[in-house]
Design a protein around this ligand. Structure first.
Ligand SMILES: *Cc1c(COP(=O)(O)O)cnc(C)c1O
Length: 401
């Protein structure tokens, strides 16, 4: 194993607590562990979150849900103590079996999906079985969900007469949660209210849950207003409110837009990065002034230097945009608590860093590729992306520390 991810149990629990405290007693926090817990290892993170009290976990598809169920079992979380698991993306035909057999709760928005699920319920559980489903409303993402209006009414009419499925939740997803004073969020709120009214008009109840919002919803300047809105909407139909948080659990957040917005930001200030992606020095060498480093000689030593070789590269998720040339400083790693700059191009499985000023470094020493001192936000800035893509891109086995 050339590199590994250390997941801080203490920080993951602390971030989760921070979110739970921020939303208040009346609203639940669904802990999102999709995409292998944003690269942190769902098998490692899910049991920690379950033991921390998460009532709900969120995954992308049935296979992720099955793997999380297995990990919870293996970690000794008794079946009756396991969180419910929401399958947030595809619940098409191939997922229906898994959803039913693993006791997952699917997000649905089309009749066809629900027909597959109903058939799987019948096959698996017989006549008496009913599967709880959460209905997604498309309030402005145009990605998943049924739009309020005629389509929704037709779907509700069908669902009402479907004996195998029971409406357990109604949800939507905000497109611009990090935008302070977003008019889009206000439009989405209004559409969601219409949808909830349509559910009630159809003689259905949203069941247990009304949920909307993600990490940023908990922490922008409109957080108090949006959370109060969500809670009163849920309460008006006898349901509980919930937000779905992913990135904040892992210690990151989208920057609030616009940049000069004044936010209380009590959540983001307290978040701590959960991932430390580490490797070891596999080689050391001295180079002289004039020597070049790496593909295309984009870096030329201007003085004698000592360089350390690391067995990680873009195949492992270390972004090539972090390459360092003479013209443009790139990213860095942390060696013995000090920055070691990346010199030359990050290549597929290898990266070279400058340890001239850290003379005590030896082969075998630990190096922090990403973590304290060089965060996913730092990598994201250099790679012109968001922290989400950085952490999701890390390909290394994770362990709890
Ligand atoms: C991924 C996802 C979330 C979590 O978003 P974060 O910004 O990571 O908190 C919430 N809801 C849905 C539907 C998602 O797909």
């Amino acid at each position: 194993m050339t590199s590994w991810v250390e997941v801080s149990e203490r920080r993951l629990r602390a971030n989760y607590r921070l979110l739970v405290d921020a939303v208040g007693d009346e609203t639940a926090v669904l802990a999102v562990v999709k995409a292998n817990a944003y690269g942190h290892g769902a098998g490692v993170c899910a049991p920690v979150l379950a033991k921390a009290g998460a009532e709900w976990l969120g995954v992308a598809d049935g296979d992720e849900g099955a793997a999380v169920r297995q990990a919870l079992q293996a970690a000794g979380v008794a079946h009756e103590d396991q969180p419910r698991i929401l399958v947030m993306c595809s619940s098409q035909g191939e997922d229906a079996e898994t959803v039913v057999s693993c006791g997952l709760t699917p997000v649905v928005w089309e009749q066809q999906q629900m027909e597959y699920l109903a058939a799987a319920v019948l096959q698996h559980g017989g006549d008496a079985a009913r599967l709880p489903v959460h209905l997604e409303i498309d309030t402005g993402m145009a990605r998943q969900g049924v739009a309020p209006g005629e389509g929704l009414r037709t779907l509700l009419h069908w669902l009402k007469r479907q004996p195998r499925l029971v409406l357990d939740g109604v949800m939507t997803h905000f497109a611009s949660p990090e935008e302070a004073g977003s008019t889009q969020t206000l439009v989405q709120r209004r559409r969601f209210e219409d949808a909830i009214a349509a559910v009630a008009d159809a003689g259905l109840r949203p069941g247990g849950w009304v949920h909307a919002g993600s990490s940023s919803t908990v922490d922008n300047q409109d957080a108090a207003a949006n959370l109060a809105w969500l809670h009163s909407l849920a309460k008006s139909v006898g349901a509980r409110s919930m937000v779905r948080s992913g990135i904040a659990l892992y210690g990151y957040c989208l920057p609030i837009e616009p940049e000069d917005t004044v936010v209380e930001a009590k959540v983001r200030c307290g978040l701590q990065p959960v991932m430390s992606w580490k490797t070891r020095v596999i080689g050391l060498r001295e180079v002289q002034a004039g020597d070049t480093v790496g593909y295309n000689a984009t870096f030329t030593a201007e003085r004698p230097m000592r360089l350390a070789l690391l067995p990680v590269g873009y195949a492992d998720g270390l972004r090539r945009e972090l390459s360092g040339s003479n013209a443009r400083a790139g990213g860095w790693t942390m060696v013995k608590g000090r920055r070691a700059a990346i010199v030359g191009r990050v290549s597929m499985n290898l990266t070279v860093v400058d340890v001239t000023e850290i003379p005590e470094v030896e082969v075998g020493d630990e190096v922090v590729v990403l973590g304290d001192g060089g965060t996913a936000d730092d990598h994201a800035r250099l790679a012109h992306t968001i922290s989400y893509e950085i952490v999701c891109g890390v390909r290394a086995e994770s362990r709890l520390v």
